[in-house]
Design a protein around this ligand. Structure first.
Ligand code: PRP
Ligand code: URA
Length: 208
């Protein structure tokens, strides 16, 4: 799948292994989510638009570049929240707009309960942030919302995907690049990714 990018970075693999470990407590879990998000964001933003500029160093004039893409971060509540801190380390000026979606436990369909998009579109790139791409229902719904709003370019940054979720998002929105740390084996009968990491929201917020 040409729009799927699974990181091969050794630090990503190392930190993801720690994240999956059921013995990892929620303080360490949050730190790892932040670090992994930063590393994946680095890869997801490698094609940002630049303009040429120059800068005066103590020794002379150097040619330089400015990023001209305006970026909006769209964390999906709750679990996407923990990814924002990592991305802000790289892009401190990025605006953040929250979308609240939860999965109905029986149907696994996403239910929207919050939307904080501004009235006018003022960015070039929206990054959807959500650690788990399970059935893909939440990611497809978030992309639907952003497209309806007028987002010109959307990318998805997550941590673990199931093959089912990757397929669903790619088929519904083939132009959206999907950046993940891993694609796992499958979904289980209650829609959890196996082996995955369990419930990403509960593990971040200590609500198990
Ligand atoms: C989790 C996760 C995704 C969704 C993925 O959220 O953060 O948003 O499930 O599943 P899907 O691909 O099948 O839609 P959850 O519904 O558990 O809500 P929470 O983040 O508030 O815990
Ligand atoms: N949401 C999670 O938090 N974990 C999964 O495995 C699937 C959906």
């Amino acid at each position: 799948m040409s729009n799927l990018h699974v990181s091969e970075h050794p630090l990503v693999k190392h930190k993801l292994t720690l994240l999956r470990d059921k013995k990892t407590d929620h303080v360490k879990f949050r730190q790892l989510v932040r670090e992994l998000s930063l590393l994946l964001c680095y890869e997801a933003t490698r094609d940002l638009r630049l303009t040429d500029t120059s800068v005066e160093t103590p020794m002379g004039i150097a040619r330089g570049s400015h990023v001209t893409h305006e970026i909006g971060l769209v964390p999906i509540l709750r679990a996407g929240l923990g990814m924002v801190e990592g991305l802000w380390e790289l892009i401190p000026s990025a605006e953040v707009w929250h979308i609240g979606l939860y999965r109905d436990e029986k149907t696994l369909q996403p239910v929207q309960y919050y939307n904080k998009l501004p009235p006018e579109v003022r960015v070039h790139l929206c990054l959807i942030l959500d650690p788990m791409l399970a059935t893909g229902g939440s990611a497809v719904a978030a992309a639907d919302i952003l497209k309806k709003w007028g987002a010109p370019l959307i990318k998805y940054v997550g941590l673990i995907g199931a093959p089912e979720g990757v397929k669903a998002l790619s088929e519904a929105h083939p132009e959206i690049d999907i950046h993940l740390a891993a694609v796992d084996e499958r979904l289980n009968e209650i829609g959890y990714i196996v082996p995955g990491l369990g419930d990403a929201g509960d593990r971040q917020f200590g609500t198990t």
